[in-house]
Design a protein around this ligand. Structure first.
Ligand code: A2P
Length: 348
């Protein structure tokens, strides 16, 4: 069987990655529709050696579509969600618009695949830093529940889209040419600089990106009161995010046991050469599917503490790959159609 898929936001950083992933994983496609804003209508993108024309999203865009992979920002997702669901398609949404909605599953296939079964037409793809952290932490959490997580992130420009990546290139060149860097997409110059994450500040003193790591991890782990504190920082890396993660357990968790567990964990690759001081780097993570984990060590300040250092490709596992894996999961488990399953589900 094959499926009719639409990519909403096909011209963006995540959209173009979705296109290459569908090609790479030989997704069972009956049809592929590329949608973006009217600005991009008529533009062509290559897929399996053919050039496909991008269409402006419109009222009838989702007719006869089975799966919509959406990555065009929260307001676009909100604007089209009703129409997508009414057309009978499942929307796998990369934006934050529906993530915390109680009836929308928030899914990392390595962590909570079963949650995807409960959808009513929309499944949310979590925030990128959250996905990467969850893939690395959940295998340990399963063995011994984590009590507190403290994370610091080092986030690349790709998290702010294709235009932000281009801005870092242009700013770097400007600085090398002795000119002033001009910020347009990001609020401050990122080349040769860094700044705390620019998402809106909340009343807690944590910005929205940081609160996503807290709230989304709690939802994905089904641990509503898990203690998490995150500090998110943008760094002048083009692609792939890094995170320093401190975990506190109820009893000691030996680094060797963590290494053993993570060496077998789905979606994780151990990268550790202590003699060479060689650990995960964004350059090594770029273009890879796995979350690279290393520098696993005992926290010297706490007997029950464990430290991890991770890097992951924000556009792949942090966004596009996770979305495609959710689509594959729906197909494999026959969970595409919410209505049919609703009839089969006992009501009391
Ligand atoms: P477009 O290229 O036509 O602006 P990124 O995350 O890299 O910034 O990409 C955002 C994606 O979302 C692009 O494909 C962009 O299309 C698309 N997009 C932005 N606004 C809209 C909109 N109002 N309707 C449809 N697609 C949109």
């Amino acid at each position: 069987q094959s499926y009719r898929v639409a990519i909403l936001g096909a011209t963006g950083a995540v959209g173009t990655e979705l296109l290459s992933l569908l090609e790479e994983c030989r997704f069972p496609l009956a049809d592929l529709k590329l949608l973006a804003s009217p600005r991009s209508a008529g533009q062509t993108l290559m897929f399996q050696g053919e050039s496909l024309t991008v269409e402006a999203v419109g009222d009838r865009a989702f007719d006869n579509i089975d799966i919509v992979l959406a990555s065009a920002g929260g307001s676009t997702s909100k604007a089209w969600a009703d129409r997508i669901v009414a057309a009978g398609a499942v929307m796998i949404d990369n934006s934050s618009a529906f993530r915390m909605h109680p009836t929308v599953p928030l899914v990392v296939p390595e962590v909570n695949p079963g949650a995807a079964a409960e959808h009513s037409g929309i499944i949310a793809n979590p925030n990128c830093t959250t996905i990467l952290m969850n893939v690395a932490v959940y295998p340990l959490h399963r063995v011994q529940p984590v009590q507190r997580i403290i994370a610091a992130t080092y986030q690349s420009a790709s998290g702010a889209g294709a235009r932000a990546m281009e801005e870092v290139r242009l700013q770097s060149q400007a600085i090398l040419d002795g000119k002033a860097p001009v910020p347009e997409v990001l609020p401050y110059p990122l080349a040769f600089n860094l700044f705390p994450h620019n998402s809106p500040m909340t009343e807690t003193g944590y910005c929205e990106e940081e609160m996503k790591m807290v709230n989304e991890t709690r939802k994905i782990f089904s641990e509503p009161s898990l203690r998490i504190s995150a500090t998110c920082v943008r760094v002048p890396v083009l692609r792939a995010h890094s995170e320093a993660i401190n975990l506190e357990f109820a009893a000691p968790f030996s680094p060797d046991q963590a290494r053993e567990i993570l060496s077998q964990a789905p979606g994780v690759k151990l990268v550790e050469d202590w003699q060479a001081n060689y650990f995960p780097m964004p350059m090594d993570a770029t273009g890879r599917d796995e979350v690279l984990v290393g520098r696993i060590r005992q926290d010297i300040s706490h007997p029950n503490g464990l430290e991890l250092w991770i890097c992951g490709d924000q556009i792949r596992k942090g966004a596009a790959l996770n979305a495609v894996q959710i689509a594959e999961l729906l197909i494999e488990k026959d969970w595409l159609r919410p209505a049919e399953r609703a009839i089969a589900t006992p009501q009391s």
